[in-house]
Write a protein that binds this ligand. Sequence first.
Ligand code: ZN
Length: 256
Amino acid sequence: MARTAIISDIHANYHALSAVIEDMRSMQCTDLVCLGDVVGYNAYPSKCLNYVRDLNCPVVKGNHDEEVVTPSNARMNSTAREAMDWTRNQLDETQLSWLARLQYQRIVRTDTGTTFSIVHSSLDHPKAWNYIINASDASNNFPRQFSHICFHGHTHAPKIFVWDGKHASEDYDNLHPLYLEGFTEFQPLSDLKYFINVGSVGQPRDSDPRACYGIYDTDLNLIIIKRVEYDIRAAQDAIRSVGLPEYLAERLEKGI
Ligand code: ZN
């Protein structure tokens, strides 16, 4: 079995990360990749960073990972900025230099020889941190995507974009069950390219507060996207106890 779990946008939410790790074990995932934004917003940046780092798995850099190392004041609202300044003080030099060394995009090869791409935002301008919201946005990514499948994050909302060689479209049919049952699975067609947003572990923004992650089973040619319940109250308590902005606690239970 070759099953890779794909996690993104953990954002220092250790309660959500723990629940997802437990779930991916129950789903018999053998490997894991991380699409960035390990830190920012929530109360456990050091713990989450150490956990992901010690897995020694493929990780790409997110905009929060970059911002905590190299403050730019770009495209961040005051709440995110306050959390970023707090986060920077929680990390030591070794942790910051690990974040600084992360690549913007990577090709991952599984034990069975399948390759796929990973990036935080999109492959056309990975350092520009563009938000891929719709098929029009995604159409810029595909000419730079040389693999059958690429996984990304950044918007904190799961999506499936498909490229037929000329046009990008959004696959609503295969994503629909995720909102009905908290679970979707589909088999990617070999003559199409897929650009798949696996949602966010630590701060979902699609009005479903449960943690979200993806699984790629290369033996079965199967993509799974799952929601996972976790202890939101405990994550909120942690935010309040360290003095991070109240809004960061409130948004967790709304999934916004
Ligand atoms: Zn993020």
